[in-house]
Design a protein around this ligand. Structure first.
Ligand code: CP3
Length: 351
């Protein structure tokens, strides 16, 4: 990526470049969020969640809050994966305590109504947020951008809301295969553009969230998770040769082996059900591993937290590893537990 210093001084980027560091650099998925009182106060200043994401002053502040409080090694852009359906022209809203609500896509006409390419103007506040964050981040802190993977986006675009098993999108993919493929193709192109623009605005790595990859049977997994993510990574690297990409395919177990080999991601995000020893033994040092403390162990604290951190540190010691959770920070997580986690990592038993 542009402006890469010859000697990397940011621990997160050192590890993304294949170096092992001890203690490992750390950031947390959903590190900006409702568990922080300063986030709740900021959130109250925007009329809606999308307004919050599209107001650079607020989104930049939300991005910086967890870095200021905890000194994480990376910030993640504050936004949401559903800005892509929004920029494709689908109606997206977040209702308080109900999660996302979209006008569900069910017919060829609904797909045809979406914009052919994403509206860069609609997303310009996101790029402005990145530029603002860059001017205020400590020099040792990296900035990560992100997008949702096409399959996970399609789950929300088709159901119009969160569902436990993504049955609406799975049925759609079985019944209207060509139409579903055309939706996925459109999302692949949108994701390439969006990630390339984020890199141009200043992010130093990007994470692709395939949160719902784990519900797919193996053939469907290949077609709707592996192939689209492979196409995004390849398309992005045509525009930014050195793009650092973290792939997070949640719930796919040993299929992570094909996921890493096919997609060529720089780093693999591991969920908490993936054995850390298995991962450390299975992937060679060419693949950076990220994860994978159980968010509930962080919420619980006590011995669950301490043994969880200890186990992860010992499993990945000596290889490139970025400490993270296996999924996002839960809203009821006590701040004290994050402080303890960092003490364990950086002082306590990390020596
Ligand atoms: O700190 C960060 O991680 C950066 C910001 C971020 C958010 N969402 C903010 C957010 C990121 C990276 C996401 C990704 C995201 N969004 C995913 C993939 C990762 C995952 O968690 O599985 C998904 C599936 C979404 C879609 C989404 N956004 C849902 C289902 C919900 C409602 C559930 C909930 O937690 O409320 C959101 C809302 C959302 N996105 C919130 C935040 C902080 C909470 C809304 C609020 O504060 O009012």
């Amino acid at each position: 990526m542009e402006g890469k210093p010859r000697f990397q001084t940011k621990p997160f980027l050192k590890v993304m470049g294949g170096e092992a560091c001890f203690p490992p650099p750390v950031w947390l998925m959903r590190q900006a969020g409702r568990y922080l009182p300063e986030y709740r106060a900021l959130r109250a200043r925007a009329a809606s969640f999308l307004d919050f994401c599209y107001t650079p002053a607020l989104a930049a502040e939300a991005t910086l809050q967890p870095v200021r409080r905890f000194g994480f090694d990376a910030a993640i852009l504050f936004s949401d994966i559903l800005v892509i359906p929004d920029a494709l022209g689908q109606r997206v809203a977040f209702e308080p305590d109900q999660g996302p609500k979209l006008d569900p896509i069910s017919t060829a006409e609904d797909v045809a109504k979406l914009n052919g390419r994403i509206d860069c103007g609609r997303l310009s506040p996101v790029f402005e947020t990145i530029e603002r964050v860059k001017t205020s981040l400590p020099p040792e802190t990296a900035l990560i951008g992100f997008c949702g993977a096409p399959w996970t986006l399609a789950c929300y675009m088709i159901a119009g809301k969160s569902t436990p098993d993504q049955a609406p999108a799975r049925l759609f993919a079985y019944r209207q295969r060509d139409l579903f493929q055309s939706l996925i193709d459109r999302l692949v192109q949108a994701s390439i553009d969006y990630l390339a623009w984020q890199i141009e605005a200043g992010v130093e790595a990007v994470q692709i969230f395939d949160t719902w990859a784990g519900v797919l049977p193996v053939n469907e997994f290949e077609r709707w998770c592996l192939m689209p993510v492979e196409a995004i990574v390849a398309g992005l690297r045509l525009r930014h040769k050195e793009a650092r990409v973290i792939g997070f395919a949640k719930g796919v177990g040993h299929h992570l082996v094909e996921f890493a080999a096919r997609t060529g991601v720089t780093a693999l995000g591991l969920d908490s059900s993936t054995g850390s020893r298995w991962a450390a033994e299975t992937f060679d040092r060419g693949v950076v591993l990220q994860g994978n403390l159980d968010p509930l162990a962080l919420a619980a604290g006590g011995p669950a937290l301490e043994t969880g951190v200890r186990h992860i540190l010992s499993a990945f010691r000596g290889r490139p590893h970025i400490f993270n959770l296996g999924h996002g920070v839960l809203p009821h997580t006590p701040i004290r537990h994050i402080e303890l986690m960092l003490d364990f990592l950086r002082g306590g038993f990390a020596k």
